[in-house]
Design a protein around this ligand. Structure first.
Ligand SMILES: [Zn+2]
Length: 268
């Protein structure tokens, strides 16, 4: 099979993971900026991280013939500190024209706080001013429904933002409907323990269709599985889905979304 990993935190992974992904058919990996598992102490830490995402990790991926793309932001968890957030926001434009940067992400909300919303709105402004795609992280568990609603409203409040250029990631059964109904793309994150299992993700595809939707593994520093997407493809095959149905969700759809950035070069 062939697939795209549209949301993988490769700075956390080993070279064995790269080999496993490429030999399973991965054709490109896209890496949003996110929380490192600890709070960074200054904007300088983000400067170094953005260098890693735009210079060092693409070189590491290239050793395995894997094109690597990235997204930039200060994640919602560290956005509670408005001073730090402003410092980080001020360096994003220095990196936005790097050849592998597709847009602003993964922005969004964590606890749905006032400060997180303020920083989300500032990111949306940067994306609008620089005509960038947007990748959104939605909150966990009990905060997800309300947070997703707040995020969609914040995106719709800016008339320069077009929903078809935004992907709302980590959707679940109770949020996927509103995301798709309002014209956005939806991402399903396949985790072995939390978020969404393969079976639930495939149930959602069967219920909501295969338009404007992708699946990803996240494969971060926590318990996660870099081969979650090809494993889900196996389950789709076991349920009797045809190759073109599987290829659309795991390969063609990520290409359709990310090709809205002229920097994304993989063709379906
Ligand atoms: Zn992520």
């Amino acid at each position: 099979m062939r697939y795209i990993e549209p949301h993988g935190h490769m700075v956390s992974r080993t070279t064995d993971d790269y080999i496993a992904m490429v030999t399973s058919g991965c054709q490109a990996v896209c890496e949003p900026a996110f929380w490192a598992g600890f709070d960074r102490s200054s904007a300088q830490g983000f400067y170094d991280y953005f260098c890693q995402l735009t210079e060092h990790e693409p070189k590491r991926a290239a050793k395995f013939n894997l094109p690597h793309y990235s997204w930039l932001c200060i994640n919602p968890k560290e956005s509670e500190d408005l001073g730090l957030a402003d410092d980080v926001l001020s360096i994003i434009p220095d990196f936005i024209d790097k050849p592998n940067v597709l847009g602003i992400g993964e922005i969004g909300l964590n606890k749905n706080s006032k400060n997180e919303l303020t920083v989300l709105e500032k990111h949306i402004q940067i994306a609008a001013e620089h005509d960038q795609l947007i990748l959104v992280h939605t909150p966990h568990l009990e905060d997800k429904y309300k947070g997703t609603r707040m995020i969609l409203d914040a995106l719709k409040n800016d008339s320069r933002i077009r929903p078809e250029r935004c992907i709302i990631d980590h959707v679940e059964e109770h949020t996927i409907g509103m995301v798709l109904d309002e014209g956005f793309w939806a991402g399903m994150t396949l985790y072995p323990e939390s978020k969404c299992s393969h079976s639930r993700a495939i149930d959602m595809l069967e219920n909501f269709g295969t338009d404007r939707i992708w699946m990803n593994s996240a494969c971060d520093w926590g318990i996660s599985r870099p081969l979650a997407v090809p494993h889900a493809a196996l389950e789709m095959r076991q349920r009797g889905h045809q190759n073109d149905w599987i290829d659309k969700v795991t390969f063609q759809n990520p290409i359709s979304f990310m090709s809205q950035s002229p920097k994304f070069k993989i063709k379906g």
